[in-house]
Design a protein around this ligand. Structure first.
Ligand code: TXA
Ligand code: MG
Length: 353
C-alpha cells in the first residue's frame, strides 16, 4: 500500500497544485485526474514500467490497451505512424473532446501501453485540468478509466478513492465530470472509419464530418458474442453492480406495467429493489422503503441519463440492493452509448415486453 494524496481543485488557480502531480508522472508514478468523460488513471505513456503499474493498480488484463492522452494536436503525429486525412478532419472537428482515434503506432509507444497491438488510441481531452497536467508532465499520458477493472467508471473523485486508495500516488479531484460515459472510439486504420465504442460523439456527428462511418458489428443488436470486438476492452464484463440487473424494454406503458409487477414479486421475496427510471415515469412506481428509485434523467435528454448512470450503479452497491430493474432508453444522440453501457452492466439481460 502507498499513501494516496488527494489534490482538490475548486477554482482556476491550480497550476501550482498540478506541479506535484506532474512530477509524480515524470518519475513514473500514477496520478488519477478528471476528464470531461470519466476520471482517468494516468501514467507516462512512453515509459513501459509506468504503464505496467496501471494494469496492476486496476487489476486489468494486460491485453487491454490504454488510451494515450495528448494536449496538442501536433502530438498525434509523434505517436501515430500514419495520420490519415479522415483522422485530421475528425480531430479538427471534435478535439479537444470525447473522441479517441485508433491509428498505427510508432515505435516510441511501448507495447505495454498498446496492449501488444501495433495501433494506438489517441485522445485530446477538453478538460482544462487534464490538458494542463499533460503539458506540465511534458509527455503523453496513458489513462484508462480510474476504476478497478469490472466496476463502473468513476464520474467523481470519491469513486476513484473508493477503488484506488492506496494503489496510486495521487488523485486530482476536479469535481464531477460533465459527460459521464467514456469517449467514442473510432478506428481510422481502414478506408472507412469504424466506431468501436459509442460515446458522446455520435455516429451522425462522425458521418457529418467524413461522409461514411461503420459500426463494429459486435455493437449491433443482441447477437451472441461470437465475434471478437475490435476494442479488446469491449469483450470484458463491465460496470457490473453487485446485484443482478435487468433492462426492461418495450412500449412505455408495458414497461411501467412490467416493472410494477416485478417490484411486487421481489417484495414478496423480501428483496431490496433498485430502480433506474425516467423522470416522466417516476410517479408511476410506488414509494416504499424497500425500493431505491433513481431518476436517471428525462427521456428527452439522453445526456442527462448518461451523466447519472455510473454513479447510480455504484450507489446501488452502497445501498446493498438485491435486484435492479432499469427502463430502457432508446432514441437519438447518446442513446446508443447509454444502452451499450447499460446492457453491459446487465450482462446483456433484457426483459422484452
Ligand atoms: O473517455 C475515455 O476514453 C476514458 C478517459 C479517461 O479518457 N478512458 C477510457 O479508457 O475509457 P479505458 O481503458 O477504460 O477504455 C479504453 C478502451 C478499451 O476498450 C480498449 O480496449 C480500447 O479503448 N482501446 C485502446 N486502445 C486501442 C487500440 N489501439 N485498438 C482498439 N481498441 C483500443
Ligand atoms: Mg474502462
Amino acid at each position: 500500500m502507498m499513501q494516496t494524496k488527494m489534490i482538490v481543485i475548486r477554482d482556476k488557480q491550480y497550476r501550482d497544485l498540478l506541479r506535484e502531480a506532474a512530477d509524480i508522472l515524470m518519475s513514473g508514478g500514477l496520478v488519477a485526474f478528471p476528464t470531461e468523460t470519466v476520471y482517468g488513471l494516468g501514467a507516462d505513456a512512453l515509459n513501459p514500467q509506468a504503464a505496467k503499474k496501471i494494469y496492476a493498480a486496476k487489476g486489468r488484463p494486460s491485453d487491454n490497451p490504454l488510451i494515450v492522452h495528448i494536449a496538442d494536436e501536433e502530438e498525434m503525429g509523434k505517436l501515430a505512424r500514419e495520420v490519415p486525412e479522415m483522422a485530421k478532419k475528425l480531430a479538427q472537428a471534435f478535439w479537444p473532446g470525447p473522441m479517441t482515434l485508433v491509428m498505427k503506432k510508432r515505435e516510441i509507444v511501448p507495447l505495454e501501453t498498446s496492449g501488444g497491438l501495433d495501433t494506438v488510441g489517441i485522445r485530446m481531452p477538453s478538460n482544462e485540468i487534464a490538458r494542463s497536467l499533460i503539458r506540465l508532465a511534458k509527455t503523453p499520458i496513458a489513462a484508462p478509466s480510474a476504476n478497478t477493472s469490472g466496476r463502473p467508471s468513476p464520474t467523481q473523485a470519491e469513486h476513484v478513492w473508493e477503488d484506488l486508495n492506496g494503489k496510486v500516488n495521487a488523485i486530482i479531484d476536479g469535481g464531477p465530470v460533465g459527460i459521464g460515459l467514456e469517449s467514442t472510439i473510432i478506428d481510422v486504420t481502414g478506408s472507412v472509419p469504424m466506431i468501436l465504442r459509442p460515446g458522446a460523439i455520435t455516429m451522425e456527428m462522425v458521418k457529418e464530418v467524413v461522409g461514411k462511418v461503420e459500426l463494429d458489428p459486435t455493437l449491433l443488436g443482441n447477437q451472441e458474442m461470437t465475434q471478437r470486438p475490435k476494442a479488446p476492452g469491449m469483450k470484458y464484463r463491465h460496470y457490473a453492480p453487485k446485484a443482478e440487473l435487468f433492462v426492461v424494454e418495450g412500449k412505455n406503458e408495458k414497461v411501467v406495467e412490467k416493472i410494477n409487477a416485478l417490484i411486487k414479486e421481489a417484495q414478496s421475496k423480501k428483496m431490496r429493489i433498485g430502480l433506474m427510471v425516467s423522470r416522466e415515469n417516476r410517479d408511476r412506481y410506488p414509494n416504499h422503503k424497500s425500493i431505491d428509485c433513481v431518476v436517471l434523467g428525462s427521456r428527452e435528454d439522453e445526456a442527462e441519463v448518461a451523466r447519472h448512470l455510473f454513479a447510480t450503479l455504484r450507489e446501488f452497491d452502497h445501498q446493498k440492493v438485491d435486484i435492479i430493474y432499469a427502463e430502457s432508453f432508446s432514441g437519438e444522440g447518446m442513446a446508443m452509448a447509454v444502452m451499450n453501457r447499460l446492457m453491459k452492466a446487465a450482462g446483456q439481460k433484457k426483459i422484452l415486453v
